[in-house]
Design a protein around this ligand. Sequence first.
Ligand code: CP
Length: 301
Amino acid sequence: MPKSLISIHDFSKEEILHILDIASEMEKNKSQKILDGKVVACLFFEPSTRTRLSFETAANRLGARVIGFSDVGNTSISKGESFKDTIKMVSNYVDMIIMRHPLEGAARYATEVCDLPIVNAGDGANQHPSQTLLDLYTIRQTQGSLQNMTINMVGDLKYGRTVHSLLQAMSHFEPKFIFTAPYELQLPSEYQTFLTEKGIEYTETQSLTEYLDVCDILYMTRVQQERFNDPMEYEKVKDVYRLNAKMLTNVRKNMKILHPLPRINEIALDVDDTPYAYYFKQAENGMYVRMAIIAYLLGYN
Ligand code: CP
């Protein structure tokens, strides 16, 4: 079976660091035609701006061609074709499938129905491993290292798949975590157990300002409206945190604010002009890291 990226656990620490090194090469040389003749499918069963466009751009910059869809309404799924048949069909046309799906486990299932490398571009509230690799790349770029970081994760820690993937990946690098969330959106117990078993220290708070001055990375997240069954529950927590520039008076000089984006109201616009804002460069880094992921899974070392 070819190597896929479904969960961040699919890559060892050494492979993660290798991907980040390839991404650095890609950032220095943004167009490399090393995948001439390859075709990549981007199948997005759920909305996306950054992930889809950066994967597509990444494939194009490597010389591969891209097919796919971003709206299942324009596919035969709308006529009742199954997920399994869709994946089997597309796998006959391409060399790799990159997919986002609202159901947890959908990308893993795709690896069982075809023999191509599959990249999970987000499956429900579960995992978003390419986002994690770009987050790691950005942390290393801003801090010079991944070791011994104090990371304050803020917002929707329950449904935020980028949070789940990132804390697992960072477990290789002796981090400390602060988890800032309202009661309703706290980190699920399975991830707390994971950290405890790894001996990783973490603190929980509901106050955005309590630990701002002790972190190297402030990882802000959006409340994931699409994961709530009850709209009233979303209304209760949707604007629970709003970071503004005044709150950043006493932060560490090296501190950087990351956000997987899109943001809604959780970061005020005045934060964009501070030296701590790094989320737009983080999104740009996604293209280099996705170039590295595609190239690596298609045999480039
Ligand atoms: N960060 C992220 O996954 O953004 P998109 O939903 O726009 O792809």
